[in-house]
Design a protein around this ligand. Structure first.
Ligand SMILES: [Zn+2]
Length: 230
């Protein structure tokens, strides 16, 4: 079942090593199947070169395995909390890419210092707090998901489709798995640019709101004109 979605999730996971977003098996991508509402996710601890359409895991939103012999990604509950809270999220990617995770470890948000950022994120990529000990002991992955949901509860999650988790890594979101991975590549690149910018000029400031507005809206706004007519 869900052969098309399995194929998309397989390809999206295989993009992680290709874009150098992961070492070993440190990352995972999932997608929501539009017909069934089920989630297709990478199996836990399987190398990217050993992934196949068949060994992807299909789950419902409660985490029941609908199809699959392998255990789903250990981060599955985090993905499910986000899917449950935000129906508009159709793809999720999680990585520990070097520069973005360095911002997460420093407890710093990634601010919009340039138009590369503004083309994808309508403002700073936030950095969420570390979980409390009791949250980690009770259900680490579920509370990680609830924390992400809390940060975006009054926001448009697809306008700032990424978050840093302090001391951990990055989650990105999209209209499908591929777009979530795309956003993870962009976050890593803008984090690298921010690091270099702040190294060259520790007093550098984010771009003004009107420049952020222009770049974000020409690509994503009501009257977007970036790219070719569809
Ligand atoms: Zn992680």
């Amino acid at each position: 079942m869900l052969q098309d979605t399995r194929k998309k999730v397989l390809k999206a996971n295989q993009l992680l090593p290709k874009h150098e977003l992961v070492k070993f098996t440190w990352g995972n991508v999932s997608e929501r199947d539009l017909d069934t509402g089920y989630i297709v996710i990478k199996p836990s601890g399987v190398n990217y070169e050993d992934l196949t359409e068949e060994n992807m895991v299909v789950l419902d939103l409660q985490g029941n395995v609908i199809e699959g012999k392998l255990n789903p990604s250990s981060d599955t509950k985090t993905h499910l909390e986000v899917y449950k809270a935000f129906p508009e999220v159709k793809g999720i990617c999680h990585v520990h890419s070097t520069y973005a995770t360095s911002f997460a470890q420093a407890g710093k948000s990634i601010d919009a210092f340039g138009t590369t950022h503004a083309d994808y994120f309508y403002g700073s990529v936030p950095c969420a707090r570390v979980l409390e000990q009791q949250e980690i002991e009770a259900d680490y992955e579920m509370y990680t998901g609830k924390l992400i949901v809390d940060v975006f509860k009054d926001k448009n999650i697809l306008a700032i489709p990424g978050i840093l988790l302090k001391g951990h890594g990055v989650f990105t979101f999209g209209k499908d798995a591929n777009q979530a991975v795309h956003n993870a590549v962009v976050i890593e690149e803008v984090a690298k640019m921010n690091y270099l910018t702040l190294t060259l000029n520790p007093k550098a400031q984010p771009i003004p709101q009107y420049l952020l507005d222009k770049h974000y809206n020409r690509k994503h706004g009501k009257n977007a004109y970036y790219g070719q007519k569809k």
